[in-house]
Design a protein around this ligand. Structure first.
Ligand SMILES: Cc1cc2nc3c(=O)[nH]c(=O)nc-3n(C[C@H](O)[C@H](O)[C@H](O)COP(=O)(O)OP(=O)(O)OC[C@H]3O[C@@H](n4cnc5c(N)ncnc54)[C@H](O)[C@@H]3O)c2cc1C
Length: 411
């Protein structure tokens, strides 16, 4: 396939993960000519299929984006597990922090949803969207760019021209590499060990996280009463815990959870994902931008990784709508520069905050342990600060109406 300037696209997106899929749908709905390139098959699980080990905690602002895109009802019809209560514990400092959706007039604090369900549902919606070009099983070969457009060569031999190239191709982004954009950050030397667990004494709709010196252990509640577990551990220890028998693993998990949910039974395979913090030095370069994990990777302890990526999408579609409402061509250089500045600043702040928390709770002795326990208990009693934290996680910048409450943007 060869496409001349006459058929130029507005936007060409590489990567149909959750972020690339949402961006493609949002930009197509804004009336732009969009193409999306994905190397691997994409499909959503059916309700009859077992729950996938990879899940995310979808914050209210992300739910609203998916709802605006018309896919939330479809996702929820398969399964989305709401959590209305969240408890954070310090295993050594003895502090606890509790959040309750009812305190803010919200129906819940968020939903646990499988990555594959979100990406697959977006893909099925894209298949039904007129005028969008989906290039499955293809990948980026190379591209050339000037101040007005990008010419992209695909591995299949196809060539496409677009006004904007979006790299939504994940942590090892090839778009980012070809733009010669470096990154700051480093691997944590930790892995996120994930599996589905059945607990003897489940607490419905409670998302629970216990900070251990080796890393946080999170239990994310699923509708069927089971939990999706994310256990951050030194990489070698995570590997050991994959190799031990199910009984040995359950015993170790019981100890790490301090028997909070009674006896625990492993329902699925265990999988480990290497963790890192990584921020691209620039999110924009001439007629190309980076979003999602291609631009920023944060520690999963706050469950914000893809939520930051969805906020990238919301901010971009808002910039397009604003330009259109003022009669300007969307995605101009000034708009892209403003978008990149705002998104990089938010991602950097989040990455630093989660990095700091990971380090703080990694300390296992000395006065800091007692001090952070006192700090956690204090924050728990300071209602306005607690509310600010909850609003931040829910998406304070999104100008969000949720339940009986309206979260307004400070900007
Ligand atoms: C253990 C763990 C727990 C997490 N928990 C949470 C959570 O609770 N909440 C949360 O918000 N986040 C969480 N995250 C982070 C979240 O999973 C990521 O931020 C999210 O998956 C990133 O989505 P993405 O679409 O940017 O990238 P990806 O999911 O990596 O998608 C990239 C897509 O691009 C495609 N691609 C790559 N290269 C090419 C190419 N050259 N050509 C064509 N296609 C290409 C890939 O096949 C893929 O489909 C967690 C992460 C981990 C590791």
């Amino acid at each position: 396939m060869r496409t001349g300037a006459r058929d130029a696209l507005d936007v060409l997106i590489i990567g149909a993960g959750m972020v690339g899929g949402a961006a493609a749908l949002g930009l197509a709905r804004a009336g732009l000519k969009v193409a999306l390139v994905e190397q691997h098959p994409v499909s959503a699980p059916t309700p009859a299929e077992a729950v996938d080990a990879r899940v995310v905690a979808v914050a209210p602002h992300s739910q609203r984006l998916l709802d605006t895109l018309g896919v939330w009802a479809e996702i929820a019809a398969v399964r989305a597990s709401p959590y209305s209560h969240m408890q954070v514990q310090d295993a050594l400092g003895a502090g606890t922090l509790d959040f309750d959706a009812a305190d803010y007039g919200w129906p819940c604090l968020g939903h646990i949803v499988e990555n594959r369900l979100i990406a697959g549902t977006l893909w099925h919606a894209l298949e039904r969207e007129p005028g969008i070009r989906l290039l499955l099983g293809d990948t980026l070969d190379h591209f050339e760019m000037n101040e007005t457009s990008v010419r992209v060569s695909l591995a299949s031999g196809g060539e496409l021209r677009a006004r904007l190239l979006i790299g939504a191709d994940g942590v090892n982004s090839r778009v980012r590499d070809q733009l010669l954009i470096g990154t700051s950050g480093a691997p944590y030397g930790q892995s996120g060990l994930v599996a589905q667990i059945q607990a003897e004494q489940p607490s419905p709709q409670l998302a629970w996280q216990r900070f251990l010196p080796s890393g946080p252990l999170a239990f994310l509640p699923l509708n069927d009463g089971s939990y999706s577990m994310v256990w951050t551990l030194p990489a070698a220890r995570a590997q050991e815990l994959i190799e031990v028998s199910a009984e040995q693993f359950e015993a170790q998990l019981l100890r790490a959870s301090n028997s909070r949910f009674g006896r625990l039974r492993l329902l699925t395979d265990r999988q480990a994902f290497p963790l890192r913090v990584q921020i691209a030095q620039r999110f924009v370069e001439q007629r190309a931008i980076l979003m999602g994990d291609a631009a920023h990777v944060v520690h999963p302890l706050a469950g914000q990784g893809v939520n930051l990526g969805f906020a990238d999408v919301s901010a971009l579609t808002a910039a397009v709508a604003q330009a259109q409402s003022r009669g300007r061509a969307p995605l101009g250089a000034t708009d892209l520069a403003r978008w990149a500045r705002q998104r990089r600043s938010e991602a950097t702040l989040a990455a630093r905050a989660f990095d700091g928390l990971n380090r703080l709770y990694g300390i296992s002795e000395g006065p800091m342990v007692a001090a952070r326990g006192i700090g956690l208990r204090l924050v728990d009693r300071l209602t306005p600060i607690k509310r600010k934290l909850a609003e931040q996680a829910a998406g304070i910048r999104a100008g969000l109406a949720y339940g009986n409450s309206r979260i307004t943007s400070p900007s």
